[in-house]
Unconditional design. Structure first.
Length: 401
């Protein structure tokens, strides 16, 4: 199974809900009349799916300096189709699928997949009218895409399709490409700079996944040959420090700590001194996420920034905001708040595995346009993936191929 197939499965165990809602929406309003042949009215037949059916090479999470946009990915290598062993005991399938050949008459490509299975002549289709658009908006809002974004997305897919009879598959394809279009400009790997150390300040509310993300990133940087130092800047919570030490060990990266309750800025300064002395490539600084007292937190973050700037006026080079996807629309408020507390340069969205709230990422991209560097898809060290807009959009729509 390809890496992306696995990731899609992990990413949206429950995105089936959105997919099922879209199927139901079309089926509910489907006309029962046999379909008249739609030549001009119908949108182009199924878009070519070939690129998605191929295993795709993930975009790199880590870029080498100098920073470049979208590093080229090598062409995908198709997995060879399994061939039955000559001496296999398996009985031959009763109707072996003939090898695919060029369709001589695409106009008569009916019945479709569902038709073949259920003996129908056509998959359900529904006229894309105001009622359907309204239902579509509701489905997207339920998937946490936010009202504004849901309205814009539905308006855009209505263009050129309004009044036509559409299938669920066509709607999903149209939504996926519209969503990918919104996400494309924000899908950016974390930039690497020549500064040594490159200072990465990691902010976010408690429990959003900061510690886990730092551990996963440190492991990926190490695997890319970078030397990394971590500073456990949430000095007020012993458990947070211990957790970071566990992740440091897993990633094979030293974790600098300070006595409980001591000044995080002083730890950051010491960590900066050590990282500079050792010639480390990266210094990742964990921070507290107590939003209960915003003024304190703002002062704490500002002080960390002030002291590390004494060592390097350009630091921090990245300020990553870690967001928990399961909080849905709350993530939007968190971006608003943390943008006031710190100069957020990019986002990492965690816990996208097994949540039906992945749509919030589309709302985030649409509203803030902040780069999304990576997504967390599990609790293991390797469960941090580059953010691929097309894969994400298709997974969100339950399109697996
Ligand atoms: N399923 C899943 N769980 C995650 C992911 N990222 C983090 N978690 C879990 O979320 C919980 C909180 O993660 P932490 O990394 O401790 O969060 P934090 O922001 O550092 O929280 P504090 O230590 O309380 O400040 C842990 O149980 C993690 O295992 C993810 O991508 N998927």
């Amino acid at each position: 199974m390809s890496f992306f197939k696995k990731m899609r499965e992990k990413m949206f165990r429950s995105s089936d809900r959105l997919s099922e809602d879209l199927d139901a929406l079309v089926e509910e309003g489907a006309d029962t009349e046999p379909a008249p042949r739609q030549t001009e009215a119908e949108p182009a037949p199924e878009p070519a799916l070939a690129p998605q059916t191929q295993p795709r090479t993930p975009a790199p999470l880590i870029l080498d300096t100098p920073v470049t946009d979208a590093a080229p990915t090598p062409p995908p290598v198709a997995e060879p189709a399994p061939t039955p062993a000559a001496d296999s005991d398996e009985p031959a399938p009763p109707h072996p699928e003939p090898a695919p050949t060029a369709d001589p008459n695409p106009e008569q490509r009916r019945p479709g997949f569902f038709g073949r299975i259920f003996g129908q002549t056509e998959e359900p289709r529904r006229i894309l009218d105001d009622a359907m658009l309204e239902s579509l908006e509701e489905v997207l809002i339920q998937a946490d895409m936010g009202v504004e974004t849901a309205l814009r997305v539905t308006a855009n897919i209505a263009e050129g399709r309004y009044g036509r009879r559409v299938s669920s598959r066509e709607i999903k394809e149209a939504l996926a490409s519209e969503i990918a279009r919104i996400l494309d400009p924000v899908a950016r790997p974390m930039p690497l700079y020549p500064s040594r150390p490159q200072v990465v300040l990691v902010v976010g509310v408690n429990g959003s996944g900061k510690t886990t993300t730092i551990g996963k990133l440190a492991s990926q940087f190490r695997a890319a040959g970078k030397s990394v130092v971590i500073a456990a800047g949430d000095t007020f919570r012993a458990a947070a420090v211990e957790q970071l030490q566990v992740w440091g060990k897993r990633a094979g990266v030293p974790v600098l700590t300070a006595p409980e309750g001591s000044d995080p800025a002083s730890l950051a300064f010491d960590a900066m001194t050590k990282a500079q002395a050792e010639g480390a490539d990266l210094l990742m600084i964990d921070t507290a996420g107590r939003l209960q007292n915003r003024a304190d937190l703002m002062e704490e973050l500002a002080k960390i920034v002030r002291v590390i700037r004494k060592k390097d006026p350009d630091a921090p080079h990245n300020t990553l905001l870690v967001l928990d996807a399961t909080t849905g629309q709350n993530a939007l408020n968190q971006v608003e708040i943390f943008r006031k507390l710190a100069d957020v340069s990019g986002l990492v969205m965690t816990k996208l595995d097994g949540t039906a709230k992945g749509g919030v990422l589309v709302a985030l991209a649409d509203r803030f346009g902040l780069p999304i560097h990576a997504i967390g898809v599990g609790e293991q060290i390797d469960d941090l993936a580059p953010f691929d807009p097309e894969d994400f959009a298709r997974a969100l729509m339950g399109l697996d191929d």
